[in-house]
Design a protein around this ligand. Sequence first.
Ligand code: XMP
Length: 321
Amino acid sequence: MKIDEMKIEDLHPEEFIKQKVEEISSIVGSGLAINALSGGVDSSTVTMLAHKALGENLKTYFIDNSLMREGEPGHVISTFKKLGVDVELIDARKQFLDALGGITDPEEKREAITQTFYKDVFGLLVRETGAKYLLQGTNYTDIEETVAGIKRQHNILEQIGINTEKAYGYKVIEPLIQLRKPAVRKIAEELNLPEEIYSRPPFPGPALAARVIGEVTAERVEIARKATKIVEEELSGTNAFQYLAILHEDKVTGVREGKRDYGSQIEIRCWDSKDAKTGSPTRLPYDTLDRLAERMTEEVAGVVSVTYNITQKPPSTIEAV
Ligand code: XMP
């Protein structure tokens, strides 16, 4: 199936919303659909579109996969409660950590996350609720990168030949598939989502697993989570496109209070970019870098080395995994 991009200059947000709401209603009919909300701009936009179209016939879930940022499940659920959308929390932490145990290869990690989401978690929700449809916020860039073989985005299914009805027991509806992120932000704003959501920096579907090099364990995710919190606190005031902290696999020798401390390395990346297709490292002031290093080594247990990425994309990618 060939999908044509809808360019931002050709987008009429009001018309787009009306058309997608009609499409979703006519596909789902009087049945039930489910969707997973992560609080990112794509899944938030789909949640509001589908809520408009289906009301009570949409069940929205926040899947706690143990890979989200600090406090994220509670914050997202309460933000949507204020918008009139009930979101149910599903605790799938153990399922995801079990599936990721022992895996170090990036594409194998993505595959484990895909299977856990679509087969185990959504498969069960669909069986329990009787829903026939899953709505999700796949966008045009997700397909492009997957088809180009750069990285398999966890939400790409039909475009790589997976028949979701056969494999998982439900059909997938993707209302944002023709849009790139800046266009999705316009739709989110038109839907009256708060600015905190429509201007939120991108966060990958595999969440912190995309920022842990090597095996993803509860302990290692916790290090990445603490480091992410510091990076977000220190860099949210910049105009950067995206900023992140990566936990490296190799340990290095450090020294603390005159004693050897063999510890972890955190790499910080901060990107200037329009659409994530290309990117340049932001020229952060040295004082900011100093503060980041100080906080990382003081507040994140076991970190003895902090580096700042100075590579362009390409050949780097935005995330490390
Ligand atoms: P890369 O690392 O490929 O990232 O330069 C480009 C943009 O996509 C995000 N990203 C992902 N998003 N699933 C996602 O939903 C993924 O597997 C994934 N990998 C990268 C990344 O954060 C950046 O904005």
